[in-house]
Design a protein around this ligand. Structure first.
Ligand SMILES: Nc1ncnc2c1ncn2[C@@H]1O[C@H](COP(=O)(O)OP(=O)(O)O)[C@@H](O)[C@H]1O
Ligand SMILES: [Mg+2]
Length: 336
């Protein structure tokens, strides 16, 4: 277990500055999730923490120790990638054991650690199989097993589930949450999956172009996004971002309202609209409506509300759930 502290990290690739100046504390034992658009520097940041990449400037501390110039193997970290390169000719047990054998860990200890990892990951029945005889989810568990046996202080995950289908991703997500609870280790996890970020994280770090937009607990980001960027990034379906004139406020550049914070009515309401696409999901119904000059508005309605494409309706925001942003995209406090 260890805190990870980044101070004034800068990363340049030639003339390209990918991370201008980043400071971040990942608390000991936390599950910290990094999210942000493709190319914003998430993988680069993980690689800097792991030592696979050197920062151009700044400091990396792990467990109170300055590891900025330490070898990856001396940092007490372990990294799990999206493409889990297992050795196809080795069994599951041999794959999990591989790093320990390289590190010349004594045989008895290796055996105990592999058995423990297999137990945690429910791989006991598969230890003699080859990777080719496993499902995608089982293979990813083996990759995680290779990390666990090394007993790292910090686990780094770079989109580990993105190659799996939706059902498996859901299952692995639950397993990762349990893994975090049982190991009590610090985990830093990169994903572009909203649900993974919201459900796994103690702390979400929203990145944009190599900078931190906001750090906070999932519901803090959901309830109080400090920038228009975070407002549009966190939440699925996405928050509606409408011009300030939608609420008659000329000092407001953008007003944000989440799809679940809109009411729909056939008779009256604030914004007349026409349902364009109606997605019936069961528990809820998502309606994409055309609101004329205001643009398209997404509404999430209870699943028992019947609505057809082409129907006219009126949309009204629930009071208290508007998010106002100024011309620089910064949150404004509501005055009304
Ligand atoms: N080794 C490299 N050489 C040059 N540019 C790189 C290198 N690694 C990453 N980059 C650039 O750095 C930026 C951030 O990349 P990356 O950290 O992989 O983003 P993310 O993981 O958020 O998608 C991108 O513009 C990418 O092209
Ligand atoms: Mg990446």
């Amino acid at each position: 277990m260890a805190e990870v502290r980044l101070s004034n990290i800068t990363k340049k690739f030639g003339a390209l500055t990918v991370i201008p100046d980043m400071s971040l504390t990942v608390p000991d034992g936390s599950f910290t999730v990094l999210v942000g658009p493709s190319g914003c520097g998430k993988s680069t940041l993980l690689r800097i923490i792991s030592g696979l990449e050197m920062p151009s400037d700044g400091e990396v501390m792990i467990g109170g120790e300055d590891v900025t110039f330490a070898e990856p193997s001396d940092r007490g970290i372990s990294m799990v990638f999206q493409s889990y390169a297992l050795f196809p000719h080795m069994t599951v047990a041999q794959n999990i054991d591989f790093g320990l054998r390289l590190a010349k860990t004594p045989a008895a200890e290796r055996e105990a650690r592999v058995a423990e990892a297999a137990r945690i990951l429910a791989l006991e029945d598969y230890l003699d199989r080859k990777p080719g005889q496993l499902s995608g989810g089982q293979r990813q568990r083996v990759a995680i097993g290779r990390s666990i046996v090394r007993q790292p202080k910090v686990f780094l995950f770079d989109e580990p589930l993105s190659n799996l289908d939706a059902a498996l991703r859901g299952q692995m997500r639950v397993e990762l949450a349990q893994l975090h609870q049982s190991l009590d280790a610090t985990m830093i996890y990169v994903t572009h999956d909203q649900v993974e970020a919201m459900t796994l994280a103690d702390q979400i770090v929203v990145m944009n172009r190599g900078r931190i937009e906001q750090v906070g607990a999932p519901m803090e980001l959901y309830d109080r996004p400090m920038t228009e960027f975070v407002a549009g990034f966190i939440g699925s379906p996405k928050m509606n971002l409408l011009p300030g004139e939608a609420i008659g406020r000329h000092d407001v550049k953008t007003v944000g309202i989440r799809p679940e914070h809109l009411r729909a009515d056939h008779e009256s309401g604030d914004w007349p609209a026409t349902a364009k696409v109606v997605e019936t999901l069961g528990a809820d119904t998502v309606v994409y409506a055309d609101a004329g000059a205001l643009g398209e508005i997404t509404v999430r309605l209870p699943g028992n509300m019947r609505l057809n494409a082409g129907e006219r309706l009126f949309l009204s925001p629930e009071p208290g759930n508007l998010h106002l942003f100024d011309k620089d995209g910064n949150r404004m406090e509501q005055t009304s």
